[in-house]
Design a protein around this ligand. Structure first.
Ligand SMILES: [Zn+2]
Length: 233
């Protein structure tokens, strides 16, 4: 029959294993969300660039139409110059022509600017598209790997929980009560070994008297952190 320290050591190992597996399983959705955010960011960068390019192209076309209209207006003013009724009408037309020419210059500036911006932006789009495709592909690989990993971890957890139940069987009576009380408070950290004659949980050194009790197979707890002690292997 296994002594108490052997039982508690096995129980502790299985509790830590089960807790770590459960933590890993719990972290999976958070990790997946982080991966999804990477994909969303890459898609957004691509979509923003495409949208900006479209806006620049639309603006260019609109200003080109404005410029065409403005040129027609200029022609009309120039035609009217030769048939101006008097000096006053002539001066007014001259004034309109100067203003229309200034507007044409402004429009040409704007068109040049938006065309240059579009030319600079266009080549940045294919790399952004490639990055988005890559992010999506990596996400799919991650998702598939995680699914496999989770299946394994869930199996291992099931086994650890079943093994724990068996390992806990020798704990009976008062020992079981004390053990369970600490497990409900501290979870997997309810137990500690005496490696190096100090408590593995709080690192306080363990009195000779307590070590002796453990060697005799008695139940003992750390006087500092109250964890259930077992002898180190
Ligand atoms: Zn302790």
């Amino acid at each position: 029959m296994a002594n108490l320290s052997d039982t508690l050591r096995a129980v502790h190992r299985l509790r830590v294993l089960a807790r770590d597996l459960q933590d890993e399983i719990n972290r999976a959705p958070i990790q997946l969300k982080a991966r999804q955010a990477v994909v969303a960011k890459a898609n957004k960068a691509r979509d923003d660039a495409r949208e900006n390019l479209k806006k620049l192209q639309v603006t260019t076309r609109e200003r080109e139409a404005d410029l065409k209209a403005q040129h027609k207006q200029l022609e009309r003013y120039r035609d009217q110059l030769s048939s101006a009724a008097d000096q006053k009408a002539y001066e007014a037309l001259k004034h309109e022509i100067a203003a229309a020419e200034a507007r044409c210059n402004e429009l040409e500036e704007t068109i040049l600017t938006t065309m240059t911006q579009a030319e600079e932006l266009a080549p940045t789009i294919p790399p952004l598209e490639a990055a988005a495709v890559k992010a999506q592909a990596e996400f799919e690989v991650y998702t598939s790997n995680q699914k496999e990993r989770l299946a394994v971890q869930n199996e291992e957890l099931k086994k650890a929980v079943a093994d724990l139940k068996v390992a806990e069987e020798p704990l009976t009576g008062d020992v079981k009560v004390e053990y369970q009380r600490r497990v409900s408070s501290y979870g997997a950290d309810a137990l500690a070994s005496t490696a190096g004659n100090s408590c593995s949980q709080c690192h306080t050194s363990i009195a000779q008297q307590v070590l002796l009790q453990l060697q005799m197979g008695h139940f003992a707890t750390c006087t500092s952190c109250y964890r259930v002690l077992y002898l180190a292997e």
